[in-house]
Write a protein that binds this ligand. Structure first.
Ligand SMILES: [Zn+2]
Length: 66
């Protein structure tokens, strides 16, 4: 059977092993952190967009000018 399953790191596409790999499915801690950072930066971008909604501000201005 497949005693040492080979996997491909999704970050750097390097071949690595599944067994005895504490960073799987990545080949190393570095690639795992890169992947985590990708998710974190995406979440940060969404949060930033939410914070920058111009709708409420525009309504307030309209009432002020009336
Ligand atoms: Zn890698």
């Amino acid at each position: 059977m497949t005693k040492s399953m080979k996997i491909t790191c999704p970050v750097c596409k390097k071949k690595t092993v599944w067994e005895d790999n504490q960073f799987r499915p990545f080949c190393s801690e570095r690639c795992r952190l890169i992947d985590l950072g990708k998710w974190a930066s995406e979440e940060y971008r969404i949060a930033g967009e939410k914070k920058d909604i111009p709708d409420a501000d525009g309504d307030e201005k309209k009432e002020d000018e009336r």
